[in-house]
Design a protein around this ligand. Structure first.
Ligand code: ADP
Ligand code: ADP
Length: 229
């Protein structure tokens, strides 16, 4: 059974007289445990799709099935619970609280979460066992992104959604972050969707979804995804 299934999803923004079809009839499916990459030009609708999947935004029409439930039917309250408990988010910018340590940043996010993992254990898993007491300003960009990944993973989410997670990092640091995401996907059987402009990442994915002008322009399954070393 498909773990994620979008059926003819649209998102239209009305700007006065003008309608912007940010998402214009998108359908795709993802299996549980897949590492999926979403690519496409700027303005194609990638972020809008990710925000709809994460319950941060509502579609104008269409069905959004996650683990057997159509979240487009959720009330606002249900959608808030879904966003808090079922989804992990990683963004280009790390959004860490500057006056909290790495450990405190992760613990803070877990307070509104039903069934969290241990913050310290997850920080060790992402390679920050010796940085628990550091403040964000004392960490490199790659390390800050690791904290934000730990914060997302510690929620023990059904789905990890990443919007340009390497966008602010140099090539090699970006690669190590992608490797971490791939490892977490493989080790936990977690479903991971990553928006990226980084072409190095496509060979690592189980599935590559190309979005153009609010539509899926291409979708390919990768028979032998590469492990990053
Ligand atoms: P990306 O860097 O992923 O391609 P964008 O730079 O297109 O994303 O958009 C960044 C954020 O700004 C997104 O959250 C998007 O919803 C929002 N955004 C993009 N275009 C507009 C717009 N015309 N009006 C309001 N918000 C927008
Ligand atoms: P991408 O992530 O592929 O760069 P986005 O999903 O951010 O694309 O945006 C898709 C289209 O929708 C763009 O034309 C963008 O300007 C528009 N858009 C995104 N968010 C908004 C918004 N809040 N209001 C109006 N237009 C938006």
């Amino acid at each position: 059974e498909d773990f994620v299934k979008l059926v003819d999803v649209t998102k239209t923004y009305k700007m006065g007289e003008i309608e912007i079809h940010a998402v214009d009839g998108i359908s795709f499916s993802v299996e549980k445990g897949e590492f999926v990459v979403i690519v496409g030009p700027s303005g194609a609708g990638k972020t809008t799709v990710l925000n709809i999947l994460g319950g941060m935004d509502r579609a104008t029409s269409g069905e959004i099935w996650i683990d057997g439930t159509d979240i487009s039917k959720y009330t606002n309250r249900q959608l808030t619970g879904y966003r808090r408990e079922d989804i992990g988010f990683v963004f280009q910018f790390y959004n860490l609280v500057p006056n909290l340590t790495a450990l405190e940043n992760v613990e803070l996010a877990l307070q509104i979460c039903k069934d969290p993992l241990d913050a310290e254990t997850v920080l060790k898993e992402v390679g920050l066992g010796d940085r628990l007491g550091n403040f964000p300003a004392q960490l490199s960009g790659g390390e800050q992104q690791r904290v934000s990944i730990a914060r997302a993973l510690a929620k023990n989410p059904k789905l990890l959604l990443c919007d340009e997670p390497t966008g602010a990092l140099d090539y090699n640091t970006g690669k190590s972050i992608l490797k971490l995401l791939q490892d977490m996907c493989r080790q936990r059987g977690m479903t991971v969707l990553v928006i990226t402009h980084n072409s190095a990442i496509a060979p690592m994915a189980d599935r590559v979804i190309k979005i153009k002008n609010g539509k899926v322009s291409d979708m390919s399954l990768n028979a032998s995804p590469v492990s990053v070393e």
